[in-house]
Design a binder for this molecule. Structure first.
Ligand code: SF4
Ligand code: SF4
Length: 306
């Protein structure tokens, strides 16, 4: 580490520590976290940025403008980053019909493109598991299955963030960089996360992903419609996860994975709306959740046609 970097890190941490005394427990915890250091890739504004939940609308506008300019500078792409909020009377839920999922992984591919994932890693928030008929133990599912699908002795179970109502990932975060929003989405503040990966270890559904490298995406492949809490290009060294495409769904659109599914296996909507399709599924199908015994209360349901 150069002297310049060393001194920048120390002075920044000292500064934030001082501010932290007035900002509450999360800010203080982040300021004293041993792996919180300034890097040459970060601007001072970015490093001193407050927690998402403490930002005023004016501060957020400045941050969005800064991120858009950085994306242009670093990736050569014009993007529009918004910060859509949860809507009153909306609680999102997802259901998946395992009888008609064919394991084609088009949902996982759509996630890869929609959410501006790093291209070389092929990352996606969705893992499609090939399961032997008769078993519902997701830990026995095969992720790297090959060959034509569906296989006659198997069924297919896509797994992504279950947007748990009692999320263990939130409980373990030492700096409150992840929390549950009013519409049920568990969000991550990429600029507050310290990359400790405690949440990844705590998630029983293997739904969290760590950014090991700075994402590489050609400019022409970047999805320009981005959300601050969702598919904007994440910095290296932070945690990320499925947000039910909140940049789309909070604007009344459907998740990209649902639109990509060729069989109609996916059902998404507002469970507080009695006329919604998701509500119909929950009331008329024998739905179940994964690892119910853990008490995580998922907002993601599975069912088979009778
Ligand atoms: S599925 Fe995992 S990452 Fe998603 S809310 Fe539940 S514990 Fe957290
Ligand atoms: S796109 Fe639909 S059918 Fe294909 S793996 Fe995903 S949920 Fe299953």
């Amino acid at each position: 580490m150069t002297d310049q970097k060393k001194s920048s890190g120390i002075s920044r941490r000292t500064a934030v520590k001082g501010i932290g005394a007035t900002l509450g427990a999360a800010a203080f915890a982040k300021a004293i976290a041993p792996i919180t250091t300034w890097t040459a890739e970060q601007s001072v504004d970015e490093f001193l940025q407050k927690h998402y939940q403490e930002l005023t609308p004016e501060q957020m506008q400045k941050i969005l403008a800064r991120l858009q300019a950085e994306t242009k500078e670093q990736y050569g792409a014009e993007v529009e980053i918004s910060d859509p909020k949860p809507q009153e009377g909306v609680k999102f839920a997802y259901a998946l019909n395992l009888s008609i999922c064919v394991g084609c992984r088009k949902c996982a591919q759509a996630c890869h493109l929609e959410n501006n994932h790093d291209r070389p890693s092929g990352n996606s928030y969705i893992r499609v598991l090939e399961m032997k008929k008769g078993s519902l133990d997701m830990e026995q599912g095969k992720v790297d299955y090959k060959g034509p699908v569906p296989k006659s002795d198997s069924f297919y179970m896509p797994v992504q963030c279950q947007q748990c109502d009692a999320p263990p990932c939130v409980d373990v975060c030492p700096v409150e960089a992840t929390w549950k929003e009013k519409d049920g989405i568990v969000a991550v503040d990429y600029n507050w996360c310290i990359g400790c990966r405690y949440c990844e270890a705590a998630c029983p559904y293997h739904a969290r992903r760590f950014n090991w490298t700075k994402p590489q995406i050609p400019a022409e492949e970047i999805n320009p419609q981005q959300g601050y809490l969702s598919n904007r290009i994440r910095p290296q060294g932070v945690m990320e996860k499925c947000t039910f495409c909140l940049h789309r769904t909070r604007e009344g659109r459907l998740p990209a994975c649902l639109e990509a599914c060729p069989t109609g296996a996916r059902v998404f909507g507002n469970i507080l709306d009695p006329d919604s399709e998701i509500r119909w599924v929950l009331e008329n199908k024998r739905v179940f959740v994964l690892k119910e015994e853990l008490g995580t209360k998922p907002s993601f349901y599975y069912f088979f046609d009778e």
